[in-house]
Design a protein around this ligand. Structure first.
Ligand code: SAM
Ligand code: SF4
Length: 363
């Protein structure tokens, strides 16, 4: 087994890390060593994908969900959650705002809805968004598990990226986090279908889940490599008090710093291991620390997903407690992010799609 210094040397020399090395890095607790890891990951990012941050304006278009994931605040059994579905007009207005503000790309995200009406609604929306932006706006979808036919319809309509987190690559842990009818194998199949259809495929996991071990996280990173992911969207698991999983972490406030550090280490190790993929610095990081997203960028992430959902809906899309920015509007988010990104010496790739370099290299 290599020592910490030997692993650093190997990174500097462009050597290939093995799972044992990833584990050593993920287990670091010494502040100086963690900072050195983040600095190395930042260098790998600068060398492979540059120092530009790309925006994906996220529209959380509906919190109606057919599923019941034990961790999620908008799961169907949370009856205290009021449900909404944005109108076509509202969604197009948000997309237009993103285009006018040169966001380059948007993400359409929602609870899982496999109804024929919903699939057709999304197909129509994609076509309209392409048209209204003169094909300028890149379109990423994050709409959960769907049939291959639905994925195909949306791809043909003009969507080109899809985010579907595997949540955890450990089948047993997956079972612990979901009801019996939510199958790990179905999620895998969806990722496979998305790849076959030609999407840029994004996946990811929640970090710091109850019962999750460092070996699980190591295997998650190996999983990203195995499925040849183009984009990674991962973030800390955060408690929503009205979910079944909340009882598993009763003292969540006491472990916030641990969750933040573990999430940053995951970003850094993933960057070092996968090099040229796009990695998001998620909003969940910001709920653990006001500058969490900047920390994510400095640990190797290169994508930010500013919320461009109409303010009145934001409080109803609470996947976890204390989600930040729910009382802000899109312009406030843009100005705030510009300041934050400038403060760490990076620039924003305005008007660019900012596709995954990893995906482009395969073409
Ligand atoms: N319904 C789609 C799906 O599940 O893929 C897309 C929307 S879902 C809200 C997006 C992501 O939110 C999930 O993949 C999950 O990782 C994340 N999420 C849900 N509850 C969370 C929690 N309590 N803490 C952190 N992330 C959470
Ligand atoms: Fe629904 Fe996605 Fe939440 Fe699961 S994570 S309950 S699929 S919105």
């Amino acid at each position: 087994m290599k020592t910490y210094s030997e692993i650093l040397k190997s990174i500097d020399e462009g050597g290939i890390l093995v799972s044992e090395d990833l584990k050593v890095l993920l287990n670091l607790t010494n502040k100086t060593q963690m900072q050195t890891l983040f600095d190395r990951a930042y260098q790998v990012k600068a060398d492979n994908v540059g120092k530009k941050v790309y925006f994906r304006g996220i529209i959380e278009l509906s919190n109606i969900c057919e599923k019941d994931c034990y961790y999620c605040g908008i799961r169907k059994s949370n009856l205290s959650q009021e449900r909404y579905m944005m109108s076509e007009e509202e969604i197009l207005k948000a997309a237009e705002w993103a285009d006018q503000n040169k966001y380059g790309s948007i993400v359409l995200q929602a609870g899982e809805n496999t109804s024929k009406n919903f699939v057709e609604f999304i197909e129509k929306l994609i076509k309209k968004i392409r048209r209204l932006s003169g094909n300028r706006l890149g379109i990423t979808l994050s709409l959960g598990e769907q049939t291959k036919d639905s994925y195909r319809k949306w791809f043909d309509a003009g969507a080109h990226r899809y985010l579907l987190r595997i949540e955890t690559s450990n089948d047993k842990l997956y079972k612990f986090l979901h009801p019996e009818n939510h199958l790990y194998s179905s999620r895998l199949k969806c990722l496979e279908n998305l790849r076959k259809l030609g999407y840029q495929v994004g996946t990811g996991v929640m970090i710091g889940l109850p019962q999750q071990t460092t070996d699980d996280l190591v295997n998650d990173i190996l999983f990203f490599k195995k499925i040849d992911a183009d984009m990674i969207g991962m973030g800390p698991y955060l408690v929503h008090k009205e979910t079944p999983l909340a009882d598993s972490l009763p003292d969540f406030d006491k472990i916030k710093e641990y969750q933040l550090n573990l999430s940053l280490k995951m970003i850094a190790v993933t960057r070092i291991f996968l090099q040229d993929v796009n990695i998001a610095s998620t909003t969940a990081l910001q709920s653990l620390n006001p500058t969490g997203r900047e920390m994510g960028l400095l640990a190797g992430a290169n994508i930010i997903m500013p919320n461009i959902t109409e303010t009145k809906y934001r409080a109803s899309y609470q996947l976890y407690d204390n989600k930040p920015c729910i009382d802000e509007n899109s312009s406030m988010c843009r100005n705030c992010l510009e300041r934050r990104i400038a403060s760490i010496g990076e620039t924003i790739g305005y008007g660019e799609w900012g596709d995954s370099k990893h995906f482009r290299k395969k073409r």
